[in-house]
Design a protein around this ligand. Sequence first.
Ligand code: FAD
Length: 498
Amino acid sequence: PSIANANACGGEPPAAVGRNPGSSRFDASMPAPAIVWFRQDLRLADNPALSAAAESGRPIICLYILDDETPAKWRIGAAQRWWLHQSLQALDADLRRKGCSLTLRRGAAPRVLAELIRETGAELLCWNRCYEPFAVERDKALKQNLGIEIKSFGAALLHEPWDVQTGSGEPYKVFTPFWRAARSMPVRAALTAPRALKSYDPKITSDALEAWALTPRRPNWALGFETEWRPGEAGARKALERFVDERMTEYPGARDQLDQRGTSELSPHLHFGEITPAQIAAAVGDGAGSDKFMSEIGWRDFSHSLLFHWPTLPESNWRASFDAFPWANDKALLRAWQRGETGYPVVDAGMRQLWATGWMHNRARMIVASFLIKHLLTDWREGQAWFWDTLVDADLANNAASWQWVAGSGADAAPYFRIFNPVVQGERYDADGAYVRRWVPELAKLDTKFIHKPWLASGQDLAKAGIRLGKNYPKPIIDHGFARTRALEAFANIANKN
Ligand code: FAD
């Protein structure tokens, strides 16, 4: 999309202003209501859409739509549904403290909005922008078709994707110059939450959150999520405070260590918009560690910019030469990877952390992604799809950009010949094996010397640790040396075709 398209998903101009026809049942002495459509902005503070509705003086309808129809392919994954349930509950409670509540409706968003406008005579609709291609398309169409005033705002990123561009007005394809440009631009000041909200009084129907069945029942695979996370705006604020107070100074060195909690763990909060990059920038200031940390927030902006300007990023190789890649796509190997049963302890630990908590350490994400793509020659889109369903922070932009980065098919990607050795990675970033011991308990008693390569331990060492390779922990599903040579040949073949 061009900059002109970008502006079309911006705030102006409103398509049309005017009360809906057939509005005789609306009280003419009352201003017509404003709808705040919550999407990936489940918060009250620094929410320009909510603030604009409050400032309009109109009574407010706070709306969330569960839309599994646009688009069916990228409907919210299972782990995120768990998060969404908790976050909507928290948002409703926060809104009630301000005098409003959350109206829940399900269905295709354009239809749901049109119905609600008809029901209530709403004359203003406010939202904060999303950058997924289907969201951009949908929002553009809404602006043309809904027939009421629409105000949209940028708050999910440090800067709008169309505002950070090269001297010749093109989007950046490489992170370093992108970030050099972006970090020199002022970040907007974060807004405080509206002091009170004037609710739209007449009764309107709302779905019951429970009826959406967002959380798993039988089996409840999300038990481990409950101890790990506190979804919602207050939880996000707490996580940020904890990071700034306890972890930020050490972040540049600790962020890669699998055996430490050295990162912010803000990713699901950021994805659901329980906190904004502007709030984060204000909180971290220029404290020790903040530069490195903000550059990771910069990667998030960069990924969103890539997705905005190259909307096929989740579907197609950014570098077309990869279209000829000879993927093996072995289903049994994919399954072993998904279950954390590859026989490579650090890979298995990452995949099991993901299953148990809905989150995986960034270093582990890089290791498991490299293993799937390069050792197993499995199409990165398979990995992307598994992450989409299992991550609480699954994010179309970050996920697609990161998978393509590891594959080597993306913009500013890791070179295809960088093939992680899972043993070396484990020994470097989990030297004592604490990460493996936590997530792969069957290896917990193994001597540190072999914790990342149990197949080299003697029968006696294995027996002492209660391990029977091939029985209660798998032998490696593929030999590293063989896999490396095979991958290099496959990648060299397509590189030559460039
Ligand atoms: P911190 O290190 O504390 O970073 C702070 C914030 O910066 C993160 O919350 C995140 O919003 C952003 N960030 C950090 N690293 C990246 C990155 N490489 N790309 C984009 N943004 C980044 N992140 C997601 O949010 N959603 C995804 O679906 C996702 N899929 C990934 C898939 C793969 C294969 C890989 C290698 C990485 C993926 N990431 C994804 C990026 C990164 O792993 C996570 O953002 C990070 O691990 C989240 O933990 P944190 O909040 O503690 O990160």
